[in-house]
Design a protein around this ligand. Structure first.
Ligand SMILES: [Zn+2]
Length: 423
C-alpha cells in the first residue's frame, strides 16, 4: 500500500490541483517552493540486520555482480540486495549517502560515507567496486578496517569545497565521532541540500560561512532524538562534570586507575579531557590503537604509551565496564592501584537528564559512573538548528521504520515551522 504524507515543513502547498508525477525518488516537485514526497512503507524498513523484504527484480539484476558481497544476513541468494530507500539517494544527483547495503545502486556513481559507524557503512566490504566520498579520517578507517583501496576514495577536508559531477560539495564538522561530517551539496540548479549524517547540532553551525551563505532547501536530518523527552546536558557540561568527579576522586584516593569505556570510535573527548587537564598518560587496547592511528589526533597521540603500567588512564571496551570485569582488571596491577574510577558514557538515559542526578555504582573500591554524553543532538538542539536554518523540506533519516514515530516527527516539524511554543 502506498501512503502519501507531507513533510513540507517550511512551506505551504499550493492549493491548485495539478497533474503531477513522482520521479524515481518518489519526489514530486510542483515548483521551487513546494515539494511533496510519496512514502512507501517499504522504503522505511530500517536497513539493519536480517529483515524480510520484497523482491525487486530490476535492482536484483543490476546488482547481480555484488550479490555475494552484500547483506551478509541474507541467506537467500535469489533475493539479491534490497532496494535502496529513497532517503539515502540525493535527488538530481548520482549520489547516495550511507547506502552500502544495497549492492551497486542503479543511477548512483558516488557513495558518500558520513562517518565510520557500523550502521552507516553496513554492507561495505573489500570487494566493493564503487567510489566512496568521505573525510580523510573516515577514509583511513575504511582502508585500514575494511581494506578498500585508496584509489576508490575521494577524501574531502572540512571547509575545502570540491566539485563532484557538477555538484559543489563542502564537508562540515558534524561534532559526532572523529571524521564525521555533514555534506553540504550545492547543485547546478541552485538547490542547496544538507545531509547531516549523524551529528550533534551546535551553535557553531549557525556561524558557519558555508552553511549560512544562502538558505538551505532540504535537510536530511539525524532524527535519533527527535522527541521532546530526549533532554541531556551539553557536551562541555558533561566533560566538565567528568573532570570534577575525577579530580575529587583523585584527591581522596591518589592511587586510582581511571577507566573510560568506548565502542569502536566516538567519545574520545572523555579520556582526552582527563589526560590533558591532569597531565596523565593513556593506554588503549591494540584494537583501539589501530583506530586511533587512523584518527591521528596529535593531542591524543601525545598522551599514548604502549606500557599499560605507565598510564593511569585506560580505555576499555564498553562491555568491560562492570564491577566483575573491572575488579579482575584491577588485580592485574597488584598493589599499584587502590581503586578504580570508571566512566561509561552513554547516550540518553531516563535518569541522565541532569548531571546532578548522576549517581555512581560503588562496590568496595570500584566506582562506575554512567554519564550522559551524547554525540547526537538533543531535542532542543535539533529544534534550534532547524528553526535557525528553516529548510523547506526535512527528510528524517533515523527512526523512520516505525510509522508512529514518523508521524510524530512530521508533527514536530510542522510545529517548529509554525513556532509552536507548547513544546
Ligand atoms: Zn554515528
Amino acid at each position: 500500500m502506498t501512503k502519501q504524507l507531507k513533510i513540507t515543513a517550511f512551506m505551504k502547498p499550493k492549493p491548485e490541483k495539478k497533474k503531477i508525477e513522482a520521479d524515481e525518488f518518489g519526489v514530486i516537485t510542483i515548483d521551487d517552493d513546494t515539494s511533496f514526497r510519496k512514502f512507501d512503507d517499504d522504503d522505511f524498513v530500517e536497513d539493519y540486520g536480517d529483515i524480510k523484504r520484497k523482491k525487486n527484480s530490476s535492482i536484483k539484476s543490476a546488482n547481480s555482480q555484488m550479490r555475494d558481497n552484500t547483506n551478509p544476513n541474507n541467506n537467500n541468494t535469489n533475493d539479491g540486495p534490497r532496494k535502496c530507500p529513497f532517503y539515502k539517494k540525493i535527488p538530481g544527483t548520482k549520489f547516495a549517502v550511507d547506502a552500502f547495503n544495497f549492492g551497486l545502486i542503479p543511477g548512483i556513481q558516488f557513495y558518500f560515507l558520513s562517518h565510520f559507524h557500523y550502521d552507516h557503512y553496513i554492507g561495505l566490504k573489500k570487494s566493493f567496486i564503487g567510489t566512496i566520498v568521505c573525510s580523510p579520517i573516515t577514509g583511513r578507517l575504511v582502508m585500514s578496517q575494511i581494506g578498500i583501496a585508496e584509489n576508490q576514495l575521494i577524501m574531502i577536508d572540512i571547509h575545502q569545497p570540491i566539485m563532484i559531477d557538477g555538484v559543489q560539495i563542502i564537508a562540515i564538522d558534524a561534532f559526532h565521532c572523529p571524521g564525521a561530517v555533514l555534506f553540504l551539496m550545492n547543485l547546478p540548479n541552485g538547490k542547496r541540500i544538507l545531509h547531516t549524517g549523524d551529528f550533534r547540532a551546535s551553535p557553531a553551525m549557525e556561524k558557519d560561512i558555508y552553511l549560512t551563505e544562502k538558505p538551505i532547501d532540504q535537510i536530511y536530518l539525524d532524527t535519533t532524538y527527535c522527541d521532546p523527552n530526549y533532554k541531556f546536558p551539553a557536551q562541555d557540561e558533561t566533560l566538565q562534570a567528568i573532570l570534577n568527579i575525577t579530580k575529587d576522586h583523585l584527591e581522596k584516593y591518589k592511587q586510582t586507575l581511571i577507566v573510560c569505556g568506548t565502542y569502536s570510535i566516538g567519545k574520545e573527548k572523555v579520556f582526552k579531557i582527563i589526560c590533558s587537564s591532569l597531565s596523565l598518560n593513556l593506554w588503549v587496547t591494540t584494537a583501539k590503537l589501530k583506530l586511533l592511528k587512523c584518527i591521528d589526533d596529535k593531542e591524543i597521540n601525545s598522551y599514548l604509551v604502549t606500557d599499560k603500567t605507565k598510564a593511569q588512564v585506560h580505555v576499555l571496551p564498553m562491555k568491560d565496564i562492570n564491577q566483575r570485569a573491572l575488579r579482575e582488571y584491577l588485580s592485574e596491577f597488584g598493589k599499584k592501584y587502590s581503586s578504580v574510577l570508571a566512566f561509561k558514557p552513554t547516550g540518553w538515559t531516563e535518569d541522565g537528564k541532569s548531571l546532578s542526578s548522576v549517581k555512581p555504582i560503588i562496590r568496595d573500591n570500584i566506582s562506575i559512573y554512567g554519564i550522559p554524553y551524547s554525540e547526537h543532538s538533543s531535542y532542543s538542539e535539533l529544534e534550534r538548528f532547524i528553526k535557525f536554518f528553516k529548510p523547506k523540506t526535512i527528510t528524517p533519516t533515523v527512526n523512520v521504520g516505525n510509522q508512529k514515530k514518523r508521524e510524530s516527527m512530521f508533527k514536530i516539524f510542522a510545529d517548529w515551522k509554525t513556532g509552536d511554543k507548547k513544546r
